[in-house]
Design a protein around this ligand. Structure first.
Ligand code: KG4
Ligand code: ZN
Length: 404
C-alpha cells in the first residue's frame, strides 16, 4: 500500500472495550470508533431480579465469573487474536466501586501482559459517545456541536452541554514509564475523532429517572429492571388518568427530582386498593420470570395500567420540558438522548414529535442506549488518537464526574 492509499484507507484501530460499572459484564471490539466488530453483554438480571434491584456484592461476584469468558468471546467474535488489539479501554467510573474494580483490574492485567495501552473511559461519556457510534454505523455525517446531552439511566439523570475540544493534529503523546514500549498511535493517516468536554447544566437532586421506573415497577410487582416492562404495559393505559403534581425546584430550574412521584405512586396504590393485586403479580413474576407481556396484562387491572401510563407520561414530560428550557438558554446545534431510559418508546416518540422546537435529536439504537462495551471502546478512540493513556495505578472512581 503506498502512502496515498494509506491516507485514504488507514488500517483500523481495534480497541477492546470492557464495561462492568453496574449489573452487566460487557466486552466489545470497535474499529476506529466507528465499526462494531463484536459486542457481548452478559446480563445479571436473573441474579438481581429476585431482590428487586442490584445487590452490589452479588454484582461483583457475577462480574468475576463472567469477565474472562465475556472478553474472550468478544475477541473471538471479532475474528482476532489478542495481540491484534491496539488498545484496551475500560470504564473507570461512575458506578459500583467493586464492580468497576473487576473490569479495571482485568483490563490493566490484559494491557500489561499484551504491551498495549490502557484507556480509561467515563461511563457517562460512553453513553454520550454512543450517538456518534450510531451515526457512523448508519454512515451519516456526525451531528453538529455543541450538543445538549440528556443522560437518563438507572444511576444518573443529567443535562450537559457537550463541546468538541479542538486540538492540534500532532498531539504530544503522554505516557508513563512502563508504557514507553507501546508504539505511537497512527493518527497522521486518519481524521481526528472528536474529544469532548461537558458542562453540566441540570441534574437530579435525588433519584435518577431509571431508578424511578425501577422503584415504581417494583412497587407494582413488575420485577427488575422495571423500565422495559413498564414501557410495554403503559401502552395499554390512559396517560391522562392520574394527575401528578410537578416537582417544584428551588434554584436551578433545570435540575430534576423524581422521588416525589415515586411517593405519590405509593400513596395512590394504598388509597386505591392496588396493593393486593401488586403482591399477587410479584408472586406470579417470581414463579414465571419468563412470562411475556400478554400474560402480565392478564394479571394487571385497567386502574394499574392507567397509573403506569400516567407515571410514564409525567416522567417523560419532565425530561422533555427541561430539554426545551435548556435549548432556550444554551447555544446548541443538536440534542443527544442517551442512557437506558432513552430506550423508552414514549420518550422517543415525544422527542421526535418536537421537530422544529428542538435542534435535531439523536438517539443511539436500543442496544447502544443500555449498558454495553461498544460505547466504551468507541469513546476511547479519540483518547487513543490523542495518546491520552491511563497510568497503571489508575483507580476505579465510583463518583467520577463528567467534565472537561
Ligand atoms: O444505562 P443503563 O443500562 O444502566 C445505567 O447506567 O444505569 O440504564 C438502566 C436503566 C434501568 O433503570 C432501566 O429500567 C431503564 O434504564 N430502562 C428503561 C427502559 N429500558 C431500560 N426505562 C424506561 N423505559 C425503557 N424502555
Ligand atoms: Zn449506563
Amino acid at each position: 500500500m503506498d502512502n496515498k492509499e494509506k491516507v485514504l484507507n488507514p488500517a483500523p484501530v481495534r480497541i477492546l472495550g470492557i464495561e462492568t460499572s453496574c449489573d452487566e459484564t460487557a466486552a466489545a471490539v470497535v474499529e476506529s470508533g466507528a465499526r462494531i466488530a463484536s459486542s457481548v453483554v452478559a446480563s445479571q438480571m436473573a441474579t438481581h431480579g429476585k431482590y428487586g434491584g442490584v445487590v452490589p456484592e452479588l454484582a461483583c461476584r457475577e462480574h468475576l465469573r463472567a469477565i474472562v469468558p465475556v472478553v474472550r468471546e468478544a475477541v473471538e467474535q471479532a475474528g482476532l487474536q489478542y495481540p491484534q488489539l491496539d488498545a484496551i479501554a475500560v470504564t473507570q467510573g461512575p458506578g459500583l466501586v467493586g464492580a468497576l474494580l473487576v473490569g479495571l483490574t482485568y483490563a490493566k492485567s490484559l494491557a500489561l501482559s499484551l504491551g498495549k495501552p490502557l484507556v480509561a473511559v467515563n461511563h457517562l461519556e460512553g453513553h454520550i459517545y454512543a450517538v456518534l457510534l450510531e451515526e457512523h454505523l448508519q454512515q451519516r455525517e456526525e451531528p453538529e456541536f455543541p450538543a445538549l446531552s440528556l443522560v437518563v439511566s438507572g444511576g444518573h439523570t443529567l443535562i450537559a452541554v457537550t463541546k468538541v475540544v479542538t486540538r492540534k493534529v500532532t498531539q504530544k503523546v503522554t505516557r508513563n514509564a512502563t508504557q514507553k514500549e507501546i508504539p505511537s498511535p497512527a493518527t497522521e493517516a486518519r481524521p481526528l475523532a472528536p474529544l469532548f468536554s461537558h458542562r453540566i447544566v441540570g441534574r437530579t437532586r435525588d433519584d435518577a429517572a431509571g431508578e424511578a421506573f425501577d422503584k415504581v415497577a417494583k412497587l407494582l410487582g413488575l420485577g427488575y429492571p422495571g423500565g422495559p416492562v413498564l414501557d410495554q404495559l403503559a401502552r395499554h393505559g390512559n396517560p391522562n388518568a392520574v394527575a401528578f403534581t410537578k416537582a417544584k425546584m428551588k434554584g436551578n430550574s433545570l435540575d430534576f427530582s423524581f422521588s416525589g412521584i415515586k411517593t405519590a405512586v405509593l400513596r395512590y396504590v394504598q388509597t386505591h386498593g392496588l396493593g393486593a393485586e401488586s403482591a399477587e403479580r410479584a408472586a406470579f413474576r417470581k414463579q414465571h420470570p419468563e412470562a411475556g407481556i400478554t400474560e402480565l396484562l392478564s394479571h394487571t387491572s385497567p386502574k394499574t395500567l392507567d397509573l403506569l401510563a400516567s407515571f410514564q407520561k409525567t416522567v417523560v414530560e419532565e425530561l422533555l420540558q427541561h430539554c426545551l428550557a435548556a435549548v432556550e438558554t444554551e447555544d446548541v446545534n443538536s440534542v443527544f438522548v442517551v442512557g437506558g431510559v432513552a430506550s423508552n418508546s414514549l420518550l422517543r416518540e415525544r422527542f421526535r414529535g418536537l421537530a422544529g422546537r428542538l435542534p435535531p435529536v439523536f438517539f443511539p439504537r436500543p442496544g447502544l442506549t443500555t449498558d454495553n462495551a461498544a460505547m466504551i471502546a468507541a469513546a476511547a478512540f479519540p483518547k487513543f488518537q490523542a495518546g491520552r493513556f491511563a497510568a497503571w495505578d489508575t483507580q476505579a472512581d465510583a463518583r467520577l464526574a463528567l467534565g472537561e
